[in-house]
Each structure stands twice: as structure tokens, then as C-alpha cells.
Design a protein around this ligand. Structure first.
Ligand SMILES: Cc1cc2nc3c(=O)[nH]c(=O)nc-3n(C[C@H](O)[C@H](O)[C@H](O)COP(=O)(O)O)c2cc1C
Length: 209
């Protein structure tokens, strides 16, 4: 079903280079539930360490909710004007919540090995849990943005929000953290020119720093 979704004729390189953080979305454009579903099905194919899938996504196409999210985002218009808001959250209990199912397609020895590894890495280690939430959601965020391009849509990644206000809007459970949100929709205005990338020499090192 994912692969039957109508997509624009774009290759991966083009999707990467044409993705921009869009500020102005068409408030009349509505994604279909099939589009949203396909986008999220692609998103959960993103990699996570030990396949622990410690992300949780709050999705909204509801205008009232999106307006509340815009208020929490210090008045930024993207959530209310975009078609879909995805709030990417980390579940800090994922490592211990029926962890055998993360390798359900594999033999039980593999499942038990992963369970033990998860306990070793995350039990009593909030820093590791937090880092993992940010890594997993970061991976998923890029998938959302590139898949949106392939669907002929645009996106804006956002962390400019009042954490507690947004937590309240989405009813964030205990032991979860909000990592970021992504707005997806139809742009009505191109992004301004790129801020400017650093030279490769400054950010890429051969073999060591
Ligand atoms: C984690 C993160 C948070 C961001 N938060 C916001 C935001 O709150 N509002 C906004 O308009 N843009 C936001 N941006 C967009 C960045 O400003 C933008 O990605 C950056 O300037 C590079 O531009 P480009 O994405 O168009 O290449 C955010 C981007 C990232 C990755």
C-alpha cells in the first residue's frame, strides 16, 4: 500500500537537495488520511538502535489542535497552516516494555540477547535514554521530511515551542519526552536562500580530527 501511493518523479538526491524548512503553508490544502497513513508507515521503517522503536508520534490534522500547537509554538504559523503536525516523542520505558517483540521475527535467543543488551544500556541510565530518544526521533524526522518531498509536499522541522504548553496540548505521558515536531503541507512560498553551508573542510575529517 505504501508503494502504491502516488509520488512525484523525484530521486533521493533531488529530495535531499530540494527539502527546505518552509515557513508559509497553504492553509486550504488538506492531506488525505491515506497520505498521512503512508507517511507514517514509511516513517516507522527508519532505523533505531536494537530496533527498539522508542519513538512515539502524535499526529494532528485537526484545525483546533493545530491552532493550539501554533500558540505553544510562540505564534509560529506553520502548525496551524500546514496540513499535518507530527510531534516526535521519545518513550523512556521502551527498553523495558515487552522488549522481546522488537525482534519478534527472529528466534527467541536473539530476542533474549537484545533484551539483556537493552537492560545493560538503559536501566538506571537517564542520559542514555535521552540520547537514544533524540537519535531515534532525529532519524524519523528526516524520513518524514524526505518522504513528504516524494509525495510532492514540504515540511518544517520545529523546536521553537514552549515545552510545557505543547506537552499539555498533546497530553504527554510520564516517562516520555518531546524531541521535536515536523509540520507537513503544501508550500505557498519558497524558502529564502540557504543560510549558507560551512565548507566541507571545516566539518569533514579524514580518519581523525
Ligand atoms: C531541530 C530543528 C528545529 C528547528 N526549529 C524551527 C522552528 O521552530 N521554526 C522554524 O521556522 N524553523 C525551525 N527550524 C528550521 C531551521 O531554521 C532550518 O532547517 C535551517 O535554517 C536550515 O534551513 P533549511 O532546512 O531550509 O535547509 C528548525 C530546524 C531544526 C533541524
Amino acid at each position: 500500500m505504501i508503494f502504491e501511493l502516488k509520488s512525484v518523479n523525484l530521486d533521493t538526491f533531488e529530495a535531499i537537495s530540494s527539502r527546505r524548512a518552509i515557513k508559509k503553508f497553504d492553509s486550504n490544502y488538506k492531506m488525505t488520511s491515506e497520505q498521512v497513513d503512508s507517511l507514517m508507515k514509511l516513517t516507522i521503517l527508519s532505523p533505531t538502535s536494537y530496533n527498539q522503536q522508542n519513538w512515539r508520534f502524535v499526529i494532528s490534522t485537526d484545525q483546533d489542535v493545530k491552532e493550539k500547537i501554533s500558540i505553544a509554538a510562540r505564534g509560529q504559523a506553520q502548525p496551524k497552516d500546514g496540513s499535518l503536525v507530527v510531534v516526535l516523542c521519545g518513550n523512556m520505558d521502551a527498553w523495558k516494555t515487552e522488549p522481546l517483540r522488537y525482534w519478534k521475527n527472529h528466534p527467541s535467543e536473539k530476542q533474549e540477547t537484545v533484551k539483556a543488551a537493552l537492560e545493560k544500556k538503559y536501566d538506571g541510565n537517564p542520559q542514555n535514554l535521552r540520547d537514544e530518544a533524540v537519535r531515534s526521533c532525529g532519524m524519523a524526522a528526516q524520513t518524514i521530511m524526505l518522504a513528504a518531498k516524494q509525495m510532492g509536499l514540504d515540511s518544517c522541522p520545529m523546536v521553537g515551542f514552549e515545552y510545557d504548553e505543547l506537552a499539555n496540548v498533546i497530553n504527554l505521558p510520564e516517562n516520555h519526552m518531546i524531541v521535536m515536531m515536523i509540520v507537513v503541507g503544501k508550500r505557498v512560498q519558497d524558502a529564502s536562500q540557504r543560510g549558507g553551508q560551512l565548507d566541507l573542510d571545516e566539518v569533514v575529517f579524514q580518519n581523525k580530527f
